[in-house]
Design a protein around this ligand. Structure first.
Ligand SMILES: [Zn+2]
Length: 120
């Protein structure tokens, strides 16, 4: 399964490493040793450029929320994000393995499921 990270955060992390290496090299190295650190920094900057040039993935942020029990309807639940209501012949959203809103696509859990997760 793919994982997605922020390009901006990756570049910030690389810049911090480069900055630390340069500071160390400036403080403790000279001559040939300093040249080795320059080559190391150049390699890291090449890696940073490669990250900059990777095409962006087509991903959308995950929206999470809860199914809210509808008043007066035992098997009806409403998406807290968009207000879409779904009804089942029997059972809850969990019983029916219904964890995404069909209208807005939000990942939804029933309130009691979220409380269980918070205590885990
Ligand atoms: Zn929704």
């Amino acid at each position: 399964m793919s994982e997605y990270i922020s390009r901006e955060a990756a570049i910030r992390a690389i810049n911090a490493v480069v900055s630390d290496i340069k500071a160390y090299s400036d403080k403790y190295c000279e001559g040939a040793e300093q040249k080795i650190f320059e080559q190391l920094v150049n390699g890291i900057l090449s890696a940073r450029q490669a990250i900059i040039e990777i095409p962006a993935a087509d991903v959308a942020p995950i929206v999470r929320g809860m199914w809210l029990a509808s008043e007066g309807e035992a098997n009806a639940f409403t998406c807290e994000k968009c207000g879409k209501t779904v009804e089942f012949g029997a059972g809850t959203t969990k019983d029916n393995e219904f964890n995404h809103c069909p209208r807005c696509g939000a990942e939804l859990h029933a309130l009691y499921e979220r409380q269980e997760a918070d205590h885990a």
